[in-house]
Design a protein around this ligand. Structure first.
Ligand SMILES: NC(=O)CC[C@H](N)C(=O)O
Length: 379
């Protein structure tokens, strides 16, 4: 492994010197940390990470290499990748390459050999910051030039990124087993596991571009609608909120994950806000307020819904009663919403989490049940 210099620069001027990892060059974005001990392939291929440089808190990354089964989409989406100790050895029966080589092939600039604990503590104390990784000839730029590039990077607040990740054309994933009808999935950056879980529940899954109109959506005659996870600030997604408002008015059953939860929150009339450093990892405790069961869950969100926890409130947009169905036990952040007078619910976290945990998988069954009940009622 070559030992070329690289540097991670944060917008407050802090510099972390390390070694070039993956591709060489300059990559800018919002620097965030992820605490998963496993699942780095799922992390880097999650489209929700567009515009973000991800710092892995697990100290040893790359040891199981890469394979063709674990990616959550067709490519790596992180803007940059920061690890402490990049594994020099690939050891796994499924591996068909090294992470280092794949980062290089896909032009993802990384840095290794930095103190990821120190970086994480700084981000935790000061909040997520913009930053840049500089290697190759870009490592030779002056400190001022590097810092200026970082400060010129767009803030995540107010950013709309759905067009960067959504499918250009509609495609269909066939139902596994007997079909219970067509599901309209708004692709805001959907993950492969989500589509598989929905197909396993009997949906004929129609994945639609994020620009789809309500009429085009209705043209597929969906029995229900699903909004996926995705990058960007939910407050910058007015068109998706307007579309969802039509869905709710029509009484179509709805389920949303992560970005989809934030957009349901907005369609119901609540606001969203930016968390100081977000939740990213696979060990977040969430309580289901109805069953009082605590789930250990996978998260990747920097924004959250501002709805009243611990009480049933009236949807400010006129959709009746709304319950905050799931709450994060670390910080009381809203992790799920359930409308009581229209057939809609959502979660802020990831029931599809492929590297686990699988505690929240039941939510796909809940969606299937909601759709079947709704079909019965409307007969
Ligand atoms: N995974 C997601 O869907 C993330 C949603 C949103 N971009 C956030 O950061 O909160």
């Amino acid at each position: 492994m070559t030992c070329e210099a690289a540097v991670l620069v944060l917008e407050d001027g802090t510099r972390y010197l390390g070694q070039a990892y993956g591709a060489r060059g300059q990559r800018l974005g919002e620097v965030v940390f992820a605490t998963g001990m496993t699942g780095y392939q799922e992390t880097i291929t999650d489209p929700s990470y567009v515009g973000q440089i991800v710092v892995m808190t697990a100290p040893h990354i790359g040891n199981t290499g890469v394979n063709d089964e674990d990616p959550e989409s067709s490519r790596i989406w992180v803007s940059g990748f920061v690890v402490r100790d990049a594994s020099r050895v690939v050891s796994n029966y499924r591996a068909n390459g090294s992470l280092d080589d794949q980062l290089t092939e896909q032009s993802i600039v990384g840095i290794s050999g930095v103190d990821t604990r120190a970086i994480t503590r700084r981000l935790r104390d000061s909040g997520s910051m913009r930053g840049g990784i500089f290697s190759g000839t870009d490592a030779e730029l002056s400190h001022e030039e590097q810092l200026t590039a970082v400060k010129d990077t767009a803030q995540m607040t107010g950013r709309s990124l759905s067009s960067k990740v959504s499918t250009a054309e509609t495609y269909v994933v066939d139902a596994i087993g007997e079909s219970i009808g067509r599901l309209a999935v708004l692709d805001l950056g959907v993950k492969t596991s989500t589509l598989n879980y929905l197909a396993e529940r009997g949906f004929e899954v129609h994945v639609l571009p994020q620009t789809v109109s309500f009429d085009e959506m209705l043209a597929i005659e969906p029995v229900a609608v699903f909004y996926s996870n995705g990058p960007g600030d939910p407050s910058a997604s007015d068109a998706h909120v307007a579309l969802l408002t039509e869905v709710l008015k029509k009484g179509l059953p709805f389920f949303g994950i992560c970005f989809g939860n934030q957009l349901l929150g907005r369609a119901l009339g609540y606001g969203t806000y930016k968390l100081p450093f977000g939740h990213r990892g696979i060990n977040q405790p969430v309580i289901d307020v109805n069953t009082l069961r605590t789930e250990i869950t996978s998260h990747n969100h920097g924004f959250a819904v501002d709805a009243p926890v611990g009480e049933i409130s009236q949807s400010p947009a006129g959709f009746g009663r709304v319950e905050v169905s799931h709450v994060n036990l670390n910080d009381n952040v809203v992790e799920g919403l359930r409308a009581l007078d229209v057939p809609a619910f959502s979660v802020q976290y990831h029931p599809e989490a492929a590297s686990g945990p699988h505690d929240a998988n039941y939510l796909f069954d809940r969606f299937r049940d909601l759709v079947l009940e709704n079909a019965k009622d409307s007969k």
